[in-house]
Write a protein that binds this ligand. Structure first.
Ligand code: F6P
Length: 408
């Protein structure tokens, strides 16, 4: 296709996907990343415009029913306003206009193509069917003022119904000239078809598959009674020194905004998180089983000394290859990898556009989290230094990788 103004390198990105599939987070992060590189980019979000222009009635599920003619007409009108705004933006100084809406029907996509024929269009479909993530995402969505007149269960039901209406008319991308299908939780490209020169293509594609963490604060729980005895696993609470460590962490982070703290399901990480949450204005603790400490199977709750004495083979085999060794009836570093990676993806996804993420984990878990971002030989991973009076500050974006061990 010939674009009259092609030499200016401008691009429309059209998001596609059901509600709560991470489209808006990706759209705004993509905008921020382009803007930082002095590429003027803007997001045109239909939901935001709807909330601005209309009243509470458009939050009702019935507004989204395909047979609700008024609803359909109003949504098309809103889509049209944003299409026109996007076009005006690229006609001016803008370089990348991102249309952020469900755009799930071929009819809508045809309309977009017909009206935006002055520059290439790349469709970006976000897909995610992980139920736990969807639930957490919906829980976040229903905190928006448009659901404030409903109680929690009603709001969840209403949002799910809205999703069902979209599912009924959803046609995934297949025939568009340029498209990428993204597994938005795992940041994996699962389908791709590019037929034209797409401006900024490499940097955008690379962005889509990068785990972007602006500031990840990786903390180990405070001292526990088990730590005092060199006892492994279990679910021991913090000692008074451990509680004190949690309080000083809380003081240290009081000046920063921490919207979510991810912990394991173990008491010691939750106890470390609580004082931090208490000193924040608006902070939630999300406990993920993915961040539970290595399961040491038949050795759970034993001391290293007891293991050496009563199970010398376990001790010697583990020493030979600590990374690959699997505790009988439990786990090893190598077998923890998948769940740790899943936990990191969940934490990043659930943090949305927040700049700061905090994970409070355990010694082995934090070693694996660090290894996810920082290349280490596998044989060195199980010996990474994970103190209880310091935390790792990790930055991993397209342009910057930083690891710093900081005292609090
Ligand atoms: O001792 C604390 C602890 O978190 C144990 O629960 C866990 O088994 C251990 O550290 C992991 O460290 P390593 O792999 O060095 O034994």
């Amino acid at each position: 296709m010939y674009y009259p103004a092609m030499h200016t390198k401008k691009l429309y990105i059209v998001m596609v996907g059901l509600p709560a599939r991470g489209k808006s987070t990706i759209a705004s992060r993509m905008r921020d990343s382009l803007t930082r590189d002095s590429i003027p980019a803007r997001v045109f979000n239909n939901g935001k415009l709807r909330r601005k222009l209309t009243g509470i009635e458009t939050s009702e599920a019935s507004f989204y029913a395909p047979e609700n003619r008024e609803g359909v007409a109003l949504r098309e009108k809103i889509a049209l306003i944003n299409i026109e705004r996007a076009k005006a933006f690229l006609t001016g100084k803008g370089r990348v206009a991102i249309l952020d809406a469900t755009n799930v029907t071929p009819k809508r996509r045809e309309k977009i193509k017909a009206l935006l024929s002055d520059h290439p269009i790349m469709f970006l479909e976000c897909i995610n069917e992980d139920h736990e993530i969807l639930e957490a995402n919906i829980a976040r969505k229903i905190c928006m003022p448009e659901f404030s007149h409903l109680d929690r269960d009603e709001a969840v039901r209403s949002f799910n119904k809205r999703i069902d209406f979209y599912k009924a008319i959803y046609r995934p991308l297949e025939t568009e000239k340029n498209f990428i299908k993204l597994d938005s939780l795992n940041r994996r490209i699962i389908g791709e078809h590019i037929d034209e020169d797409i401006p900024f293509y490499d940097r955008l594609r690379d962005f889509l598959v990068t785990d972007v963490v602006k500031n990840l604060f990786l903390v180990r729980h405070g001292e526990t009674y088990f730590n005092l005895e060199n006892r492994i696993g279990g679910d021991s609470p913090l000692t008074s020194k451990g509680l004190e460590q949690a309080r000083s962490l809380a003081g240290y982070f009081a000046g920063k905004t921490i919207p979510v703290i991810f912990t394991s399901k173990k008491l010691r990480t939750i106890q470390t998180a609580e004082p931090i949450k208490d000193l924040q204005d608006n902070c939630a603790i999300i406990s993920l089983g993915e961040f539970d400490e290595i399961n040491s199977g038949i050795c759970e709750c034993m001391t290293y000394g007891e293991i050496r004495l009563t199970m010398p083979h376990v001790h010697s085999e583990r020493q030979k290859d600590k990374f690959h060794y699997v505790y009988p009836g439990g786990e090893g570093y190598a077998t923890m990898k998948d769940r740790i990676d899943r936990g990191i993806k969940k934490a990043i996804y659930l943090s949305g556009v927040s700049q700061n993420i905090m994970i409070i984990g355990h010694r082995a878990v934090n070693r694996m989290i660090l290894a996810h971002f920082l290349y280490r030989r596998t044989e060195d991973v199980p010996y990474t230094y994970i103190p209880q009076d310091k935390f790792y500050h990790i930055v991993a974006t397209q342009n910057k990788k930083l690891f710093e061990l900081k005292r609090f």
